[in-house]
Design a protein around this ligand. Structure first.
Ligand code: PLP
Length: 386
């Protein structure tokens, strides 16, 4: 049997699977202990009311012969594509419904586009979501890592020595919560135009932005950039599955993506798309703003405790994560924190960052309070044992 080399790699495991196993080991050895899981970054609450109702209505529509529908269109239902295009127009950006492609999540879109391009070289701005590197490694691409730091606002400038087929930018960033500046993105767009690269702009956390921002407002972006968005975290759709990608017609990727979608996809679930469309209702928008604020308030609660413990950290303002500098490796810190305080966080090494951990704020206020105190106590304890 001939199997593509990309799928023969020994490295099958995603960072979060390892983390889940460690939490499971802890739970099995500490039967009565309660774990505060701020590791994987999955949502913990059901969708907001208006969206939840819409999901139920979609299921009811499928019960009736009159309203039942079968296969969904490969690029998504017009009712959702139009709503998304209208939302871009409200922010002053012209996107046609035919330039919106509904997917079963951001991950699918990122992987599909990467497979369409099959990059020989890729530029990844780190620290970042591990998928880009894992995917490029699997496809055998030469990878350039552009390291973010406090000096460059956690988005390194373009690497003049590289000639990447694909550039991955995640903003707001998972894990740092940093937002790319307009000036830096302009530089990347000019660079992509010069090097004939494609930018995959991962906006999975765009609903957490304090100031709305769309990369297509930058001149030249339409020809070189694909913007990926997700309903996973904003609508609690990590299990429902829905997201989208915007590819403008002037982008050479456009036709290839259409062909790929027709070949690979029989559409995204009607229920998911119907539920997602409800997010654009006035009542849902209000509820969603409150939900995002709830997560940001959790970030503030934890940040206050970290501040008092003298810790150095980033994020929380435009993303549901805090990125904490650790006195030892992120792996060591997260393991010790789990086994001493029952709090799970993700080691920064998984995001190409040494001596950091990512703290997810997808939790209840009560958990945020307990976790903030627990992590701060642990930091003080480590400082004393130095
Ligand atoms: N992009 C980033 C930066 C993420 O953090 C995640 C999930 O956590 C994804 C994409 C995947 O999102 P989805 O659930 O829409 O596939």
């Amino acid at each position: 049997m001939k199997i593509d080399e990309a799928y023969k790699t020994e490295k099958q495991d995603f960072l979060f699977a390892e983390l889940s196993r460690e939490v499971a080991r802890f739970k099995s050895e500490n039967k009565n202990a309660e774990v505060i899981d701020l590791g994987v970054g999955d949502v913990k609450f059901p969708p907001v009311k208006t969206v939840a109702r819409s999901l139920c209505k979609a299921a009811r529509l499928l019960k009736s012969k009159k309203s039942f529908c079968g296969y969904a269109p490969a690029f998504g239902y017009a009712f959702l594509r139009e709503k998304i295009a209208e939302e871009y127009a409200k922010n002053g950006v012209c996107v046609l419904p035919s330039e919106v492609f509904i997917t079963d999540g951001a991950k699918r879109a990122i992987c599909d586009i990467t497979e369409i391009v099959r990059p020989e070289t890729a530029l990844i701005l780190t620290p970042t979501y591990p998928l880009y590197k894992d995917m490029c490694e699997a496809l055998g691409a030469k990878i350039y890592l552009a390291e973010g730091s406090a000096e460059n606002g956690f988005f390194a400038p373009p690497d003049k020595n590289a000639c990447p087929n694909v550039i991955y930018i995640c903003s707001p960033s998972n894990p740092t919560g940093a937002v790319i500046s307009k000036q830096t993105l302009e530089k990347y767009i000019d660079y992509a135009l010069e090097k004939k690269s494609l930018i995959i702009f991962d906006g999975a956390y765009s609903s957490f932005l304090s100031e709305p921002f769309c990369p297509f407002c930058i001149s030249g972006a339409s020809a070189v950039l694909a913007e990926v968005r997700s309903y996973s975290k904003s609508l609690s759709f990590t299990g429902v599955r829905c997201g989208y990608v915007i590819i403008k017609k002037e982008n050479p990727l456009y036709k290839a993506y259409c062909k790929h979608a027709i070949l690979h996809c029989n559409g995204v679930s009607f229920i998911s798309q119907y539920g997602a469309a409800a997010a654009y209702l006035k009542s849902a928008k209000k509820q969603l703003r409150a939900r995002v604020q709830y997560y940001k308030d959790n970030a503030k609660i934890i940040a206050r405790e970290l501040d008092m413990a003298g810790a150095s950290f980033l994020g929380g303002q435009n993303a549901p994560y805090l990125f904490l500098k650790t006195p030892c490796s992120g792996f060591e810190f997260s393991k010790k924190l789990l086994w001493s305080r029952g709090i799970a966080v993700t080691p920064g090494e998984g995001f190409c960052a040494q001596n950091y951990v990512r703290i997810s704020c997808f939790c209840s206020k009560k958990q945020a309070l307990a976790a903030g105190r627990g992590i701060a106590e642990f930091i003080r304890e480590l400082a004393l044992s130095d």
